[in-house]
Write a protein that binds this ligand. Structure first.
Ligand SMILES: Cc1cc2nc3c(=O)[nH]c(=O)nc-3n(C[C@H](O)[C@H](O)[C@H](O)COP(=O)(O)OP(=O)(O)OC[C@H]3O[C@@H](n4cnc5c(N)ncnc54)[C@H](O)[C@@H]3O)c2cc1C
Length: 140
């Protein structure tokens, strides 16, 4: 199968993992688009923002994300790296600044921008975009 090489990489979701993927792509100067079904980044984390996570900060900050953020003046105190943030702290101190970077923000498409929203088990066709995404069919 021949893979097209001139299309951007599609990242599904602007949660912690999708944003980290976007950071790696941005650092490598690979074109990408993040498709987020929520109205803002970290849409799911916002549901449990009041809860403290079980991984300390040092495991929550992606290396590429940190590199990009630092070039924009962001910094994170070493003294806090072993403390456990709440979801809210993750959003305020890491995920939102990451999503707002000039190297990432223009390439995130939120639900309001999409002509069709994906449900988790449906084929999603974005009629006004160059993307065509297809699901793999479940057996049977
Ligand atoms: C209370 C709580 C505490 C947690 N603590 C930790 C912890 O300490 N350490 C840890 O490693 N993990 C923890 N987790 C798990 C945590 O949720 C994940 O590690 C992390 O959020 C995963 O990030 P993600 O981007 O993969 O998923 P999510 O945070 O779920 O983000 C997915 C994003 O994709 C979007 N999306 C989903 N489906 C689609 C679609 N079809 N089309 C477009 N967009 C879509 C969503 O709106 C969302 O923005 C915790 C979870 C909870 C609930």
């Amino acid at each position: 199968m021949t893979m097209p090489t001139d299309l951007p990489v599609a990242v599904i979701g602007a949660g912690p993992v999708g944003l980290a993927a976007a950071a790696h792509l941005a650092l490598r100067k690979m074109p990408f688009v993040v498709l987020e079904r929520g109205l803002q980044s970290a849409a799911v984390v916002r549901y449990w923002a009041h809860v403290t996570v079980f991984s300390p900060w040092r495991f929550n900050i992606d290396t590429a994300a940190r590199e990009l953020l630092q070039t924009s003046g962001w910094s994170f105190p070493d003294a806090k790296l072993d403390s456990d943030p709440t979801g809210r702290e993750l959003i305020d101190n890491y995920l939102e600044p990451l999503a707002e970077l000039q190297s990432i923000s223009p390439f995130i498409r939120y639900a309001r921008d999409l002509s069709c929203l994906c449900s988790s088990r449906r084929i999603c066709l974005l009629s006004n975009s160059p993307f065509r995404t297809a699901q793999s069919r479940a057996a049977g």
